[in-house]
Design a protein around this ligand. Structure first.
Ligand SMILES: [Zn+2]
Ligand SMILES: [Zn+2]
Length: 346
């Protein structure tokens, strides 16, 4: 026996270690532990889960959540190498599951394997967002109106889709209380009821950026909470009198609106094909919107006179067109009507 040989002080076996042999080290190490009971709190309305005091949206199902909870309830010793945790799940009832957990790995070069059971309690609680929505809590209303007219169906649809997109991206970013609790079309326009001032502001900015016009904010004190004043804000969005693609009449000419600035309107003149600026008060008449134009066929073209077959009456009507529009019989054009006259949009 060499003088350098060492022996385990517990079992007397030969070992290379300074102290206990590997087997005895394993035997005296509590190398894993499990929490016997864990609970999951989930919102019955929207499925959000609560960790500590924080709610988060999730699209994981109950089995996925159970596996996560089971794994997270296991604590392993830092010396355990290549740990592996397997979970077998038994769903006992709607509010209780059991999980059997097998933990294995290498500890001091020796394979180890252990088992524990945990109980998972499923609890239901209404989340912060659903609680606010069901309690009709809101922080603002975005009112979409138009100057001297009602918002068009196109504008209302655009506003609804802008608002929904903003809500979705804020929710994805974790702003749970930036929700829309109601969107209603009233006689005067669209009302969007919002859960936070942030989402109200973003909707008002995006709607005016896309559809023109401007908005003003009107806060109203509604009370006090924890020494802080609570305001509810009305975002009053005013869409411009004319909208993009409106066809207007000014100085005996017809033109299509391509851009609306504060009181200056950029139009495309159908007669000479040029882009012009017109002041709002110089516009004589709104003919309609190019989105609602009808298709009609060209019957003949003679110099700057063209004959259009009226799709309603099938009669041919003559119109004078500018040099920018080259038409021949059989072509299709889009038209709007100014009383008896057909306006060719090109
Ligand atoms: Zn030993
Ligand atoms: Zn909820």
């Amino acid at each position: 026996m060499a003088i350098t040989d060492r022996f385990c002080p517990r079992c007397g076996e030969r070992t290379n270690n300074e102290g206990l042999c590997n087997q005895c080290k394993v035997a005296e190490t509590r190398w894993f532990s499990c929490e016997p009971k864990v609970q999951s709190v989930q919102c019955p309305s929207c499925g959000a889960i609560k960790q500590g005091n924080v709610w988060t949206d999730t699209d994981r199902n109950r089995d996925d959540l159970a596996h996560d909870l089971a794994r997270n309830s296991v604590h392993v010793h830092p010396d355990l190498k290549s740990p592996r945790i397997d979970v077998r799940l038994n769903n006992m009832s709607s509010n209780r599951s059991y999980a059997i957990i097998i933990v294995q790995g290498l500890l001091y070069h020796l394979p180890v394997k252990g088992k524990c059971d945990i109980e998972i309690l499923w609890q239901k609680e209404q989340c912060d967002r659903c609680n606010r929505i069901s309690g009709s809590y809101y922080e603002g209303v975005v009112q979409i109106r138009a100057q001297g007219r009602f918002p068009s169906p196109f504008e209302s649809q655009m506003a609804v889709s802008i608002a929904s997109d903003i809500e979705e991206s804020l929710q994805m970013g974790g702003e749970r209380l930036s929700f829309i609790s109601d969107m209603t079309e009233t006689r005067d326009g669209l009302n969007i009821v919002v859960g936070s001032q942030h989402i109200g502001l973003l909707i008002s900015k995006k709607v005016t950026a896309e559809l023109g016009g401007r908005f003003t904010t009107h806060p109203k004190l509604i009370g006090e909470k924890d020494g802080k004043q609570l305001f509810r804000i009305t975002y009053s969005v005013r869409l411009p009198r004319f909208q993009k693609r409106d066809v207007i009449k000014f100085q005996q000419k017809y033109a299509e609106v391509i851009q609306v600035e504060s009181d200056n309107i950029r139009v495309f003149d159908f007669f000479d094909g040029k882009i012009k600026s017109v002041r709002e008060d110089k516009i004589d008449k709104l003919i309609g919107n190019a989105r609602n134009a009808e298709d009609a066929m060209v019957a003949f073209s003679d110099g700057n006179t063209v004959g259009i077959i009226d799709p309603l009456s099938s009669a041919t009507r003559e119109s004078v067109v500018g040099p920018s529009l080259k038409l021949k019989a059989g072509d299709y054009v889009r038209i709007l009507r100014d009383d008896d006259q057909l306006i060719i949009l090109g």
